[in-house]
Design a protein around this ligand. Structure first.
Ligand code: IPM
Ligand code: MG
Length: 373
């Protein structure tokens, strides 16, 4: 029996589609290790999301699963989507399940850290000296902007041609709450925030820049604030990525820039993320942790997907939802050592290097956890 002081973590796992069940299974092995070590107890509920939920319930997210997500201390989600569901009406596509979770849990702050593990500096498509030691945080606004703005839709015009509409929209409140997270994150890091928009062509970007500037001057004079247009930021991420500390940007630019940043680290299979809401009066904060990568239908079911982004998302969960910093450090340290020892899934292997599958990578992490602890 665990000691009464052992924290009990109520987790909803959503394995989703494609490689989701495989990387989730690998992550569960790591959770099993933490549980059997007596450090914490997991009370896990499993749910369906995306295509998997559509197959069972004709919707990518049921109300019951949404309620379970809100009730949990934290949600661990793998990935959703696949060609099988590409032809579905827009409203029931797998992506809508994920977007509804984000929106209804009000997970406005999406933390996407891009960290280059020393052993992987050569795995990046960029020269290793450009990326060695890289540690940046992309903070993506996740519940506003063009992803959710109204009006939206596809309409038929009188002449029979059609028009597709989406709206980029931000309120001061939405900008301020994510900006505050950016400044607070920077205070725990290198005290630099780069705010990214396209104020040169978009009014929402003008407002974004004004609000971030105001907040920086009034509340965070100790944090160095700079501004960059999104296109320039994309270029600078490839030219000199280490110039950044915290990047804060809107939903769409954040989506694109974080995929770019993932390649600095060697593979999309390495990037974890945390999506956080505001703390309520009791200090409870809604949270969802998921790898940045998608469902990779091309390699699904083969047992070769890299589980490290999902495992590192678990580390973020321990850190941000449960303040278990020592356990998060331990897990990240184990991943670092496994990589240093040359254990590689195919996506991060050098040509000719021996590779392992999803389960073996997870087992290597578990073994290293045992050695370190
Ligand atoms: C991401 C993904 C999602 C997004 C998709 C799957 C809806 O690309 O989390 O970055 O566009 O936000
Ligand atoms: Mg994306």
């Amino acid at each position: 029996m665990p000691a009464s002081s052992t924290p009990v973590l109520n987790i909803l796992t959503l394995a989703g589609d494609g490689i989701g069940p495989e990387v989730m299974a690998g992550t569960r092995r790591v959770m099993d290790w933490f549980q059997s070590s007596g450090r914490m107890r997991f009370n896990i509920t499993e749910g369906l999301v995306g295509g998997a939920s559509y197959e069972a319930h004709k919707t990518p997210l049921t109300d019951a699963t949404l309620a379970a997500a809100k009730a949990a201390d934290a949600v661990l989600l793998a990935c959703i989507g696949g060609p099988k569901w590409d032809q579905l009406p827009y409203d029931v596509r797998p992506e809508r399940g994920l977007l509804r979770l984000r929106k209804e849990m009000v997970l406005f702050a999406n933390l996407r850290p891009a960290i280059v593990f020393e052993a992987l500096a050569d795995a990046s498509t960029l020269k290793s000296e450009l990326v060695a030691g890289l540690d940046i945080m992309i903070l993506r606004e996740l519940t506003g902007g063009i992803y959710f703005g109204e009006p939206r839709g596809i309409e038929t015009l009188p002449d029979g041609s059609r028009r597709g509409i989406n709206t980029q929209v931000y309120t001061t409140g939405e900008i301020q709450r994510v900006a505050r997270v950016a400044f607070e994150l920077a205070r725990k890091r290198n005290r630099r925030v780069c705010s990214v928009e396209k104020a040169n062509v978009m009014e929402s970007g003008v407002l974004w820049r004004e609000e971030v500037t105001k907040m920086g001057a009034a509340e965070f004079p100790d944090v160095e604030l700079s501004h960059m247009y999104a296109d320039n930021c994309a270029m600078q991420l490839l030219r000199r990525p280490k110039q950044f500390d915290v990047i804060v940007t809107d939903n769409l630019f954040g989506d694109i820039l974080s995929d770019m940043a993932s390649m600095l680290t060697g593979s999309l299979g390495m990037l974890p993320s945390a999506s956080l809401g505001a703390k309520d009066a009791h200090g409870k904060q809604m949270a969802l942790y998921e790898p940045v990568h998608g469902s990779a239908p091309d390699i699904a079911g083969k047992g070769i997907a890299n589980p490290l982004a999902m495992i590192l998302s678990l580390a973020m969960m321990l850190r941000y939802s449960f303040s278990l910093a020592a356990d998060a450090d331990l897990l990240e340290g184990a991943v670092k050592n496994v990589l240093a020892a040359g254990v590689r899934t195919a996506d991060i292997a050098a040509p000719g290097q021996t590779t392992v599958g999803t389960a073996a990578m997870a087992d290597a992490v578990v073994k290293e956890l045992g050695r370190l602890s």
